[in-house]
Design a protein around this ligand. Sequence first.
Ligand code: SAM
Length: 212
Amino acid sequence: MHEDKKEELVKILMKEGITDKKVLNAFLKVDRHLFVPDIIKLHAYSNVALPIGHEQTISQPYTVAFMTQALELNGRNKILEIGTGSGFQAAILVQMGMKVFSIERQFEIHQKTQKLFDSLGIRAALIYGDGTLGWKEAAPYDRIIVTAGGPEVPKRLLKQLSVGGKMVIPVGNRVSQTMQIITKISEKEFSTKEVPNFKFVPLIGKEGWKSE
Ligand code: SAM
């Protein structure tokens, strides 16, 4: 029923520069309409961010695809996501065969997404808390993806990243951010690529923005 819309969306993602076949394939498999409120389901396969309540959003499909491609996944990577939100990004990563830990700071959103994952049988560890602190218990991670915009890169996250690992994180002000694609070369050495013009809700926490 939604297959045509998914194929249309994948064509748009390809036009916008997404080339990783595994990422594109995951977009054909994961039902985005299950991750948005009923009232806006009609728009689920449009290439736009949508509200999910509590002033939060499900990210634009292009942004999810861009960040997933930038992670350069290989094999079964262990991934930490900061900002579970609707769970769509985590579901894409699980669909691609990754082992996913995801942290959300809003309790209602965390609970709702946990229920959704239980009902859909999506296997990921969803954690309630401040993601700027990371999740030391399961560290180190092969990849870290931050889906809210912070003022700087949280030091604890850099620490919890494996040597050779990659982190993708939007950094800037509360309105617009530059995507930083960071590779951890050694415990003390990092290389960073930057891609401008992203727009995320704020990363709020100890190593993020102060609360609203
Ligand atoms: N990955 C999400 C998705 O697929 O729907 C995108 C969610 S939205 C753009 C960002 C989320 O980050 C919000 O749900 C927000 O509550 C959460 N957030 C903000 N600061 C956080 C923090 N310090 N730790 C964990 N989650 C945080």
